[in-house]
Design a protein around this ligand. Structure first.
Ligand code: AMP
Ligand code: ZN
Length: 460
């Protein structure tokens, strides 16, 4: 059985062959820490967590290195810091914003049962690597200094053409068309409209570091160079998988490839480029202006993290997701059932049907269909397979207890109503017994009678 992954660069599903099976290496672009993460941001985190778990299953836990960065230098962070902490010096305000947002992000993705990556590098801790890559690019003739900025020239890259990829190959754009379609208001320090920033001078009060390439004033990095530097530091000049949302293909990933390949004279940066599709809400694009912006934090108030996780995985990662409450309710009910029958069972090995589905370009919907099949045939394998996918992190009792707590249902009241109903049934007062059943139903409690007595559960 081999793993096959869809690669954005070659536009085909290819058999995954790691550069070094003893050290499988994956980089995924992480959050820019200035605000609560929304449910769209959760998608790459969950999708690549499933891939991380699958790779660990295939190659062994000690042989997979997963790097997901934290972007803690960015204009949006500076703006937020100035807005939220107007009394503080900007650098202190920025630290407050990035540290607090970073903590929130971790709490959120932990609740989604995503494993922490092997390394979570911060951009501000890799400025030295960024400067070094920039120096190499300038020396190699791929970048130039202008008005205290350093700019990368895609045209120089394509002119060099010696064992380098072509700029535009990842996003399937032609440089000529980019030049033709350029806006008129190009920054004056750019030689060509397609040049992009590697380094720029900092304004007074903004975070700043000594600049590369003989620039006298202090400055700060552009966004794209951050990922090239962190991937290089932790994974080397070439590695196996690079992932992120589909919106990052251009310009972010195209520019990462350009920087890394030109700095290190490589034909490729990553061997497989994987991109998750976008998430929309109730058939509309999720955006702040439409007001349908849902944070992970808000959803976690009403739903267990595993329900959000399952709901995300019901759609193949490359397709768009339409996030609906109806589907979320179904996901939560499915998990109630799985918890009831499989959480307290000794797990067996994950089922071949589930693993095979995942091996086929992470086909999680098919894996979930296989789980439904196992429910009636092999519960230990169901339990093992669910664990492989990051489910069943609690016992059945913990799951049920949290559900009751979240529903605000008073357990004592439920128990006493059930006792009253049992008494009514004993004296054959079926009208009263039905009335109590209805009362419980309106409270969100379903009851089930069996020869061993009456059990109840919270319906959502
Ligand atoms: P950002 O913090 O905006 O740079 O995004 C962090 C990650 O979330 C990137 O991999 C984005 O591609 C991804 N992302 C952002 N919005 C969505 C969305 N609505 N659906 C899926 N992925 C998204
Ligand atoms: Zn990145």
């Amino acid at each position: 059985m081999e793993l096959r992954l869809y690669d954005t660069l070659s536009r085909e599903k290819r058999t995954f062959v790691p550069l070094d099976a003893k050290s499988v290496r994956m980089y995924v672009c992480g959050p820019t820490v200035y605000d609560f993460a929304h449910i769209g941001n959760a998608r790459p985190v969950i999708v690549f967590d499933v891939l991380f778990r699958l790779l660990r299953h295939l190659y062994g836990e000690a042989h997979v290195k997963y790097v997901r960065n934290i972007t803690d230098v960015d204009d949006k962070i500076n703006d937020r810091a100035a807005r939220d902490f107007p009394g503080l010096p900007l650098n202190e305000a920025i630290r407050n914003v990035t540290e607090e947002t970073g903590r929130q992000f971790h709490a959120d993705v932990d609740a989604l049962r995503c494993l922490r990556p092997s390394v979570e590098p911060r951009a501000t801790e890799h400025i030295g690597e960024m400067r070094e890559i920039i120096e190499r690019l300038v020396k190699g003739g791929f970048a130039y200094v202008a008005e205290d900025h350093v700019l990368f020239s895609p045209q120089a890259m394509n002119a060099a053409n010696d064992g380098l990829p072509r700029y535009g190959a990842l996003s399937k754009r032609s440089l000529d068309e980019m030049i033709a379609g350029a806006r008129v208001d190009v920054a004056p320090y750019k030689k060509d409209s397609t040049d992009f920033v590697l380094w720029k001078p900092s304004k007074p009060g903004e975070p700043s570091w000594p600049s590369p390439s003989g620039i006298k004033v202090e400055g700060r990095p552009g966004w794209h160079i951050e990922c090239s530097a962190m991937a290089w530091k932790h994974l080397g000049e070439q590695f196996d998988i690079h992932g992120g949302g589909i919106d990052l293909v251009f310009p972010h990933h195209e520019n990462e490839v350009a920087q890394t390949c030109c700095a290190f004279h490589q034909q490729r940066m990553a061997n497989y480029w994987m991109h998750n599709g976008f998430l929309q809400v109730e058939s509309e694009k999720m955006s702040k202006s439409l007001g349908n912006f849902i944070t992970i934090r808000e959803l976690l108030k009403d739903w267990p993290g595993e329900a959000l996780r399952l709901n995300m995985l019901k759609t193949h990662y490359t397709s768009p997701i339409d996030w609906t409450m109806k589907s979320l309710e179904e996901s939560a009910r499915t998990l109630d059932d799985w918890y009831r029958i499989a959480a307290d069972i000794e797990p067996a090995k994950p089922a071949a049907s589930v693993v095979e589905a995942l091996l086929d370009d992470l086909n999680a919907p098919q894996a979930i269909a296989a789980l439904h099949g196992l429910r009636g045939s092999d519960v230990p394998a169901l339990a093992g397979s669910l664990r492989l996918l990051g489910f069943l992190s609690e016992s059945a009792a913990q799951w049920e207890g949290r559900k009751q707590q979240a529903s605000g249902i008073d357990t004592k009241q439920v128990e006493s109503l059930i006792a009253e109903r049992t008494a009514a049934r004993a004296r054959k007062d079926f009208a009263e017994s039905d009335r109590i059943r209805d009362q419980l139903a309106t409270m969100g409690v379903a009851i089930k009678d069996s020869k061993d007595g009456t059990t109840w559960e919270v319906t959502r």
